[in-house]
Design a protein around this ligand. Sequence first.
Ligand code: ZN
Length: 233
Amino acid sequence: MRNLEERIQKLAQWIFEANYLVVFTGAGISTESGLPDFRGPDGIWTRQDKGLPPPPRLFSEVEPNAGHDAIVELQKLGKLRFLISQNVDNLHLQSGIRPDLLAELHGNTTKLRCLRCKVQVDKSLGLKTCSCGSPLVSSVVNFGDPLPAKELHDSFDHASRCDLFIVVGSSLVVSPANEMPRTALRSGARLVIINKGETPLDSSCHLRFDEKIGKVLPPAVERLKKIMRKGKR
Ligand code: ZN
């Protein structure tokens, strides 16, 4: 299907039909808020390879965009069962996603984590130790470090239960996060990929968007609302 309108309609229909929707987001959703990605032309790692400092844009200056808001709409419509994110920018929570529906695989720049009991607290509280007595450290996972166990477990668990898995703004090259859509596929879920640029799962997904997220997800949610209204009549 080449036509964008047709694919958006199909996506909306699939979200309507889904009993268990899992959304997976990567840096691509936040680049539309002005945050740099990792491997793009002005990405953090591309710049690092060239010996350049990180791009000047700071996390704290950035606001959620239409893509984040569309996922919040899915939550309000009772359609979002779980959201897995590779992003550390806090934009999902800032946009209104319920913390119990979210796994941040790489941590969150605004949160500290206890080394022992793994509880997370807001950095803004200024605490240095957890109520259990152990030190609080940055929750952000450094490259090469293990991902937080509960977040990882929950993500694979939801991926294995879902019937629709939507990848939003990830090139699906970082392991083990890139295994989650494969888990969903093995469980018989439909796989949708919205990402500018190739991914290793392009040939196995059921619906592919190479367009900007803001051009796909918000209109798909609007269509979904229409379908839901019709369904009620
Ligand atoms: Zn603790």
